[in-house]
Design a protein around this ligand. Structure first.
Ligand code: SAH
Length: 490
């Protein structure tokens, strides 16, 4: 019933607003541009109509008239339409024109501001666009037009005299002419300047110089569109306040091979540390059909993975039961991830070993009296735990709750892996299925293993792990990556 003109922010998916995500999830139709964050549409309804109307980027370009027609047609059809634009819809986004069109047609619209590139890209480059000591005003300027054109809509001489920071959008092509006009208009040639390419994205690049040099520096370093050019004393703060490159995994690309459903946690942690994460799931978790185990028969229930915990509760729920089914038993979890998955269902594990492998759990259970134990786990798993419990005289049942199946590597994932600095393996099955699917790390790619069992599986495939986590969980793997990067960058 409404057309929403929504800003998607400058590129970092974390800068999508809560309102934008909410509207994307509810939309019947999403009409989007090229420069929107990757993954912005992941939350869209599976049946939503997604229309790409981006200009440039090699694809066919859709005229502004056609975009208008589309918005009007879908709006008139009574649909919930999201018009998703990079940055802010009302900052050099033609959002104003689209709003006018909708208003004239009597179609209800709302505007959802977004984080504009002119503020976000400098911020990610360590440049505050205003500063108490250095800039009391900021101007947003389009650099799209040739400033030497006589009919230029912009008065560059007046802009040169503007008492504050100048933030120039779409100015890469004209950068040299713009800088010259500013200097001709009275701006100091020594005024600090910066050009920020692909701001807020993992491969953001920044060129810095002065009004006199910035165009040459940018050309030399090959820094280009999409970029924000910035003139003003605040540009000099970039070196000191640049926080993006200071993150421990900045500039590092890491491929994640674990199942898609689980990968997002690991990927998000890597990204938060500055890495670029490549999703290359080699496995998928397939729950096995079966009844809920009769848990009251056991005095010990062991869960050996977060998936096991989740699948156990799926079966309990399907049988109309809940966490009270575990009331009579001691519950052991192989590690903190499994313990967290149990906690999600209201169960606090009684036993969590120091070492997160089956042998560690056996040790941790040494003083725990056991008569009948249930080991709930994957179909393909080592028998270390059930064997050890049986040796101690316990009666042990093993229930296979899920199996790990191969996920084919799509071409993007394949290319991503070949170009990655690291590939992470979080279980033996990720190793087997990754190489089984023809995954090929590049010559520079370092292989990171979560622990000794996974490392042995790598060796069985003729690969020596370059990194092995000391703590055999996701945290430990991340720590090991950070340490390896720190070592290699000295
Ligand atoms: N509505 C958008 C601007 C659209 S104009 C906004 O509010 O951000 C397109 C211009 O925005 C590009 O030419 C470039 O100058 C700038 N831009 C968009 N995304 C950018 C990014 N991630 N980094 C640097 N500049 C960006």
């Amino acid at each position: 019933m409404t057309v929403y003109l929504v800003g998607a922010g400058p590129g970092d998916p974390g800068l999508l607003t809560a309102r934008a995500l909410e509207l994307i999830a509810a939309a019947d139709v999403i009409v989007h541009d090229r420069l929107i964050p990757s993954g912005a549409l992941h939350g869209a309804r599976p049946d939503a109509e997604l229309r790409y109307v981006g200009k440039g980027g090699g694809g066919p370009s859709v005229s502004q008239e056609d975009i208008g027609e589309l918005l009007l047609a879908r709006g008139r059809a009574g649909l919930e339409v999201v018009r998703l634009k990079g940055g802010d819809p009302f900052v050099f986004g033609r959002g104003g024109e689209e709003a006018e069109l909708l208003r004239d047609a009597g179609i209800a619209f709302e505007v959802v501001p977004g984080v504009t590139a002119g503020i976000a890209a400098p911020a990610y480059a360590g440049i505050p666009v205003t500063h108490r000591d250095a800039a009391s005003a900021v101007a947003f300027v389009t650099g799209h037009e040739n400033p030497d054109k006589l009919e230029s809509a912009l008065d560059w001489t007046a802009l040169a005299r503007f008492p504050g920071t100048l933030v120039v959008y779409m100015g890469v092509r004209q950068l040299e002419a713009i800088a010259r006009r500013l200097i001709d208009g009275g701006r100091s040639p020594d005024e600090p300047a910066a050009l920020i390419e692909r701001g807020t994205l993992p491969d953001q690049r920044v060129a810095t110089g002065t009004a006199a040099t910035i165009a040459a520096v940018a050309a030399r370093e090959g820094v280009g569109a999409p970029a924000i050019a910035l003139f003003g004393p605040v540009a000099a703060l970039s070196g000191r306040l640049g926080w993006l490159q200071a993150r421990p995994l900045s500039g590092v690309t890491v491929a994640v091979t674990r199942a898609r459903a689980q990968a997002s946690g690991l990927a998000a942690r890597l990204v938060a540390l500055g890495a670029q994460a490549v999703q290359a799931p080699a496995i998928r978790i397939a729950p096995l059909p079966g009844p809920a185990p009769e848990l009251q028969r056991y005095d010990l229930v062991c869960l050996t993975s977060p998936n096991g915990a989740r699948c156990l509760f799926e079966r309990l729920t399907a049988a109309g039961r809940d966490a009270r089914a575990l009331a009579g038993a001691r519950v052991a979890a192989i590690g903190p991830g499994t313990a967290a998955a149990l906690r999600d269902h209201g169960i606090v594990a009684d036993v969590v070993p120091e070492r997160f492998v089956a042998e560690g759990l056996v040790e941790a259970l040494a003083d725990v009296p056991v008569r009948r134990a249930l080991v709930a786990r994957a179909a393909e798993a080592r028998d270390v735990l059930p064997d050890a419990l049986r040796e101690r005289g316990a009666e042990v049942d093993v229930v296979a709750l899920y199996e790990t199946v191969a996920e084919p590597l799509d071409p993007d994932a394949r290319a991503g892996v070949a170009a990655a600095d690291y590939v992470t393996f979080t279980s033996s099955s990720t190793v087997r299925f990754f190489f089984g699917a023809g995954g090929t790390p590049g010559p520079q790619t370092r292989l990171a293993s979560i622990g000794p069992v996974t490392s042995d599986t790598l060796r069985e495939h003729g690969r020596e792990p370059d990194v092995e986590a000391e703590r055999h969980d996701i945290e430990g793997l991340i720590d090991a990556l950070v340490a390896d990067v720190a070592r290699s960058t000295g």
